[in-house]
Design a protein around this ligand. Sequence first.
Ligand code: SF4
Ligand code: SF4
Length: 136
Amino acid sequence: MVEGLRFECQSGCTECCRQKGFVYLAEADLARAAAFLGMTAAAFERQYVYRTRHRMRLRVPRNSLCQFLRPDGCSIHPAKPTQCRIFPFWPELLEARREWNKTARWCPGIGKGPLIQIKTARAQAQQMRGAYPALY
Ligand code: SF4
Ligand code: SF4
């Protein structure tokens, strides 16, 4: 487990939304985002979600990495999926200093702000595990 973490998300930054990779959804993420957009969960899923037997993720549009990313940030910010909300306290980043440091090369919030208590970071990582059991 990484120790001595500092993190403070930087206003105006959207780097984490521009990284390659999928945005996975828990059922609660889908329901929250649909309600935020005034859609039914079924309609949201038809339009935005790719579901396999064990996982669900946002579809990736052709010309950007996330269909909710706008120049000024996430257009569903108050209802963004768990993995977006919890970043960078993902289990795989907290468990390995090397991965945390690698992420720090592109996330300008890592290393800034107050020291984060390890139990706070662990609780966030635990939320990730709970939201996406098929991934952990
Ligand atoms: S890359 Fe880091 S600083 Fe930038 S928006 Fe994401 S979490 Fe915040
Ligand atoms: S849902 Fe929002 S926070 Fe998550 S990757 Fe897309 S734009 Fe970024």
